[in-house]
Design a protein around this ligand. Structure first.
Ligand code: TXA
Ligand code: MG
Length: 323
């Protein structure tokens, strides 16, 4: 068990001693360490069980501080940063040498975000270094959206989780990269494509998940529960797999014929923002029930629904697992 409370000074002390801790953000909890300190960064990779080829996001509290570790921003990025930071948007820029290669997996670029969580912003302002932080889950598993999720899986390996309550967005940040002046979405997330395009015009979205990704976060088998997980038409899937110990993760409606204790409804009022805040909690809950199969369905593919569908599709485990 890690200590869990809201002692910012304790958090700052641990981080200054090359320790890694859990921190809240509005998207998901992060596993944070001093981004300038290779010892702390190495610990992040060990605790998370993350391969070294998968680079980390660097979190800071202001545009002025970003200037310490990134080269100039493209004009569209500057505009987006003014409109959307602090917030669930990560942008990738050319890095300065002060960022260790371990953080960026040897890439000349670094992913940057100003998170919108009052405790973590306070913590970042106290520190004289930025925080590198992947989501605080073991590599490949579902991201944590409350302190207890972090403790459940990493509590044996870290001493402290700063408790910021439940994450207000509940799904990871949207990641943009820039080629020349033009942004491209590498990962759909808490900042909607519609919002981004309204601010800076049409942008390309990287291809759907693949087994041979351009960035490791684009691996298909990300965010996955341990229980086999299928997406489709819920009533049909329930019928096809009748007799199995089966759970249901649905958008807005309860499925008749399946015990309610094995169901999780993302949003009874069919609200995508509410569904996003509950997605990972729902997956974790169903995954803890020792089921043979979880069946689910896509949500409307607009706004936050695009990011939800992206996570659902990456969580899917194909039927050959049952044979
Ligand atoms: O909401 C979030 O983004 C959360 C919170 C804690 O901020 N963080 C998060 O981190 O989701 P992580 O490590 O789970 O996902 C970061 C993704 C990875 O897929 C990584 O491959 C990609 O960002 N990434 C990081 N730096 C990159 C770079 N220089 N170029 C391309 N992709 C990069
Ligand atoms: Mg992650």
């Amino acid at each position: 068990m890690a200590r869990i409370d809201t002692d910012i000074q304790h958090a700052a002390d641990l981080l200054s001693q090359s320790q890694v801790i859990g921190i809240p953000t509005e998207t998901v909890y992060g596993l944070a360490g001093n981004a300038y300190d290779p010892t702390a960064i190495a610990k992040i990779f060990v605790v998370k069980g993350r391969p070294h080829f998968d680079p980390l996001i660097v979190h800071t509290s202001s545009m002025a501080r970003i200037g310490e570790f990134v080269e100039d921003m493209p004009a569209k990025a500057a505009l987006l940063s003014k409109e959307l930071w602090p917030g669930p948007l990560t942008m990738i820029f050319r890095k300065k040498p002060v960022i260790p290669d371990l953080v960026t997996a040897g890439l000349p670029t670094v992913a940057v975000r100003i998170p919108n969580h009052p405790l973590t912003l306070k913590l970042l302002k106290k520190l004289d270094f930025p925080l590198a932080a992947p989501s605080a889950n073991p590599f490949g598993y579902i991201s944590p959206t409350c302190a207890a999720h972090v403790d459940a899986q990493l509590g044996q390996k870290i001493g402290y989780v700063l408790d910021g309550g439940s994450c207000a967005v509940g799904i990871e940040s949207t990641i943009l990269s820039f080629k020349d002046e033009n942004p491209r979405v590498l990962r759909l997330g808490g900042c909607t494509l519609e919002h981004l395009q309204a601010l800076v015009g049409t942008m390309q979205v990287a291809d759907a998940p693949t087994a041979n990704p351009q960035a490791p976060g684009m691996l298909k088998s990300h965010y996955a529960p341990r229980t086999p997980f299928l997406i489709g038409n819920i009533p049909q899937l329930v019928q096809q797999h009748w007799g199995k110990r089966l759970g249901v993760l649905s958008f807005s409606k309860i499925q008749e014929g399946v015990s309610e204790g094995r169901q999780f409804v993302l949003s009874e009022k069919a609200d995508l923002a509410e569904a996003a805040t509950r997605l990972f909690t729902g997956l974790r809950k169903l995954d803890s029930l020792n089921l043979q199969l979880i069946v689910s369905e896509y949500v409307p593919d607009e706004g936050l629904g695009r990011a939800i569908n992206d996570r659902l599709s990456r969580a899917e485990v194909m039927p050959d697992r049952f044979n």
